[in-house]
Write a protein that binds this ligand. Structure first.
Ligand SMILES: [Zn+2]
Length: 317
C-alpha cells in the first residue's frame, strides 16, 4: 500500500495524467459512475445545470479540471447543458462507438462528458457541446475558488423551452413563431422510442413519436401560460390522434412539459377548457429527447410563402 501511495504522489507531482486511482479524483456515486465511467446519458431536462444561468466556471466532476465558461453556455432546448466552446485544451474529442457522433471527454481524466455536434447553427460558433450535468461541477464567479477562468462573465439572456404536439408541425411551428417573445421554433419528433427517427419512420406509426415543435421563448415577454393558451387555440385539442385532414397518432395533441410548473399550468388550462365544455384529449407527459426533423420541414410555410392548411386560430378561452 505504501508503495502505491508514494508512486501516485510522485506521479501527481510530475504532473502526469490522472488515472481512476489518482487520489485527487472525487469518489463518484452510482449515477455519476454510470455517466462518467460507463459513458451513460442522464435523462433530458433532468440535470441540475440544464437551466443554470449563473456566472462562473464548469469543472470536471471527477477531477476538477476547468472545462467550460458560463459565457459559452447557451439554451439549445435539447435538455442538456449546451456550450459553443470549451476552455482551450480542456476537452478531448473521440469518435463515438456508434459510428456517427463525436464523444467528448475531460482531457485530464478521460471522464465522459457527452457529445459535440457541429453545423446546427445555434450560435455563430456553430458548435454544441451537449454535456451531462452529472459530469460537471460549478464554481461561481464570485466564489473564492475561481481561478483564471470565471470572473468576468456577463449574464446570458434568460430563456425557457416548451414542447407541443398539435397536428402537422408545419402549422404549429408557423403559428407559434408569430408570437412576440418567441426566440426560436423548430419542428421535430418526440414522445416515441426510435432514436434519430426519419419522417418516413414516424409516418409508419412504429416509432411512437409525435410531430412536435420546440419553442425557445423569453419568459419576460411571453409566459408559458400565454404560450400554452395559444397552443390550445391554434389547434383543436378535442381531436384524438388526428388534426383536420391529417390522421394518425403522430398528429396527436400532447404537451411535453420540461418542468413541474409547466405541467401544472398545462393541467389547469385543460381543466379550464373542460369546464367550458370542450372534451379535451390533449396528453400531458414529461419531455423526452426531441429529435429535430429534416431541414425541408423547418420554416416550411415561410419558405413556400403560403399559409397553413392545417391550423387556424380559434378563440377558446
Ligand atoms: Zn476530469
Amino acid at each position: 500500500m505504501k508503495i502505491v501511495v508514494s508512486f501516485l504522489m510522485v506521479f501527481v507531482a510530475l504532473g502526469g495524467a490522472a488515472t481512476p486511482q489518482n487520489r485527487t479524483m472525487k469518489p463518484l456515486n452510482a449515477e455519476e459512475k454510470r455517466v462518467i465511467l460507463d459513458k451513460g446519458t442522464e435523462a433530458p431536462f433532468s440535470g441540475r445545470f440544464y437551466n443554470h444561468k449563473a456566472s462562473g466556471t464548469y469543472v470536471c466532476r471527477q477531477c476538477g479540471a476547468p472545462l467550460y465558461r458560463s459565457t459559452d453556455k447557451f439554451d439549445s432546448g435539447c435538455g442538456w447543458p449546451s456550450f459553443d466552446d470549451e476552455i482551450p485544451g480542456a476537452v478531448k474529442r473521440l469518435p463515438d462507438p456508434d459510428g456517427r457522433r463525436t464523444e467528448i471527454t475531460c482531457a485530464r481524466c478521460g471522464g465522459h462528458l457527452g457529445h459535440v455536434f457541429l453545423g446546427e447553427r445555434f450560435t455563430p460558433k456553430n458548435t454544441r457541446h451537449c454535456v451531462n450535468s452529472l459530469s460537471l461541477e460549478f464554481i461561481p464567479a464570485d466564489s473564492s475558488h475561481d481561478g483564471e477562468n470565471g470572473a468576468r462573465d456577463v449574464l446570458p439572456i434568460e430563456t425557457d423551452t416548451a414542447l407541443f404536439a398539435g397536428g402537422c408541425f408545419w402549422g404549429v411551428e408557423y403559428m407559434l413563431s408569430k408570437l412576440p417573445g418567441v426566440r426560436s421554433v423548430e419542428s421535430g419528433y418526440t414522445g416515441g422510442t426510435t432514436r434519430n427517427p426519419t419522417y418516413e419512420q414516424v409516418c409508419s406509426h412504429r416509432t411512437g413519436h409525435a410531430e412536435a415543435v420546440r419553442v425557445v421563448f423569453d419568459p419576460r415577454q411571453l409566459t408559458y401560460e400565454e404560450l400554452a393558451r395559444q397552443f390550445f387555440e391554434i389547434h383543436d385539442p378535442t381531436q384524438l390522434n388526428r388534426q383536420g385532414p391529417d390522421v394518425g397518432d403522430q398528429y396527436r395533441s400532447e404537451i411535453f412539459y420540461t418542468s413541474p410548473g409547466q405541467r401544472r399550468i398545462a393541467e389547469e388550462l385543460i381543466a379550464e377548457l373542460r369546464g367550458k365544455g370542450y372534451a379535451v384529449v390533449t396528453r400531458v407527459t414529461p419531455a423526452s429527447t426531441f429529435w429535430p426533423a429534416e431541414e425541408y420541414h423547418q420554416r416550411y410555410y415561410e419558405r413556400k410563402g403560403t399559409q397553413p392548411y392545417c391550423h387556424v386560430y380559434t378563440k377558446r378561452f
